[in-house]
Design a binder for this molecule. Structure first.
Ligand code: ZN
Length: 148
C-alpha cells in the first residue's frame, strides 16, 4: 500500500492523436468506460495495449469537434428511438415479452450508436471560448513562424 503507482514513470508513454494517429501533442481525451473497455480487451485478448496518452492534435481539432457533435446527436437519436419503441411495444401489448423485446431493441440501438464513437475531451475546451481560440491560435502562429 505504501508504494503507490508513481506517475513520474509515465514519461516514456507516447502521445498519439486519436484522429490522425500521429505521434503529436494536443488536448488529452477523457478516459471513460468505453476507452477503458477497449483498453481492457486489447490488453487481455490482443496484448497490444501500450497505454499511450490519447490526445486530439491542433490540426485535427476542427474535424474532431464535428465528429464529436455528430456522435453525440446520433447517440441521442438512437436512444430516443429505442425508448419510443419500448414505450410503444409495451403500450400496444402490455406484457413481459414485448417489454423484453423493446428493451433488447433499445440496447441494440445503444450499442449501434457506439459505432462512430468519438470520446470526450478531458477539459471542456468548447465551453471556454478563450481557451479554444488560444489553442487554435498557437497552432496558427507556429505555422506562420514555420513559413517565414
Ligand atoms: Zn491529429
Amino acid at each position: 500500500m505504501a508504494k503507490s503507482k508513481s506517475s513520474s514513470k509515465s514519461s516514456d508513454r507516447k502521445t498519439y492523436c486519436i484522429m490522425c494517429g500521429k505521434e503529436k501533442n494536443g488536448i488529452e481525451i477523457k478516459i471513460d468506460n468505453v476507452i477503458n473497455t477497449i483498453r481492457y480487451i486489447k490488453k487481455k485478448i490482443f496484448h497490444t495495449e501500450r497505454n499511450n496518452r490519447l490526445v486530439v492534435c491542433e490540426e485535427c481539432y476542427p474535424s474532431y469537434s464535428k465528429n464529436r457533435k455528430r456522435f453525440v446527436s446520433r447517440q441521442r437519436l438512437y436512444i430516443g428511438l429505442g425508448v419510443v419503441f419500448l414505450i410503444f411495444s409495451v403500450f400496444l401489448a402490455p406484457n413481459v415479452g414485448s417489454f423484453l423485446i423493446g428493451l433488447a431493441i433499445l440496447l441494440l440501438l445503444y450499442a449501434l450508436s457506439f459505432l462512430n464513437y468519438t470520446p470526450e475531451l478531458s477539459i471542456s475546451i468548447t465551453k471556454d471560448k478563450k481557451m479554444l481560440s488560444r489553442f487554435l491560435n498557437t497552432h496558427n502562429k507556429k505555422e506562420l513562424k514555420n513559413n517565414t
